[in-house]
Ligand binder design. Structure first.
Ligand SMILES: CSC[C@@H](O)[C@@H](O)C(=O)COP(=O)(O)O
Ligand SMILES: [Zn+2]
Length: 204
């Protein structure tokens, strides 16, 4: 996989996400950075589990504008915000899983706190289950420009790593490359599943 082009790696990641059921009914969007100025973003409204290279659209990172006139994701502004904030980010994955959707609604606070899980170490730079990992939860909005600027403001005041949740909507996460973004997605989704199960069992 490390030998293939980043876009081919992203297409493979989309198929994997589709097979997992993490992008149902056209939900989700994915992108990869081409260079400092441009990223390739999934076209709006498509089934993300069956995308091909031709379904990715060049987008200007500074302006969020499509370079071809074709319509990239409705959530383009969140991807470009991440590429602007984190020059080292090489790929962004947004999914609509049941765990992320439900937990982000049940959690009333501003962050989902994860503690005590060995799988926290699936996230780059995490070395112990004893740390508390905070995944911020932002209220969902259809005003993506406003949401992007809210998240940008948050990142100016607090550390923002790996990803964030949108309440009742899903997870957006990233990594230095497609492989790291995939690992972060799989690790976070595993932790969300554990956390949902823990909350259910502890209520019983
Ligand atoms: C199935 S509706 C979901 C959309 O509103 C959105 O949240 C989403 O993730 C996909 O939008 P898209 O424009 O296809 O990238
Ligand atoms: Zn979405």
């Amino acid at each position: 996989m490390s030998q293939s082009l980043p876009l081919d790696q992203l297409v493979a990641a989309c198929h994997w996400i589709g097979a997992k059921g993490w992008a149902p009914a056209t939900g989700g969007n994915m992108s990869v950075r081409r260079d400092e100025h441009v990223c390739l973003l999934s076209e709006s409204g498509k089934d993300k589990g069956t995308l091909t290279r031709d379904d990715f659209i060049e987008v200007d990172i500074a302006t969020s504008q499509s370079l071809s006139g074709r319509k990239p994701s409705a959530e383009t502004g969140l991807h470009t915000m991440i590429y602007r904030l984190f020059p080292e980010a090489g790929a962004v994955l947004h999914t609509h899983t049941v765990n992320a959707t439900v937990l982000s609604r049940v959690e009333q606070g501003a962050a989902l706190l994860l503690h005590g899980y060995e799988m926290q170490k699936s996230l780059s730079g995490q070395h112990t289950h004893l740390d508390t990992l905070a995944i911020p939860v932002f209220d969902n909005s259809q005003d993506i420009a406003a949401l992007a600027s809210e998240i940008e403001d948050y990142a100016a005041r607090f550390p923002l790593r790996y990803g964030f949740l949108l309440r009742g909507h899903g997870l957006t996460c990233w990594g230095r490359d497609v492989s790291e973004a995939r690992r972060h997605l799989e690790g976070l989704e595993f932790l969300f599943e554990c956390e949902r199960q823990r909350r259910l069992l502890e209520r019983a």
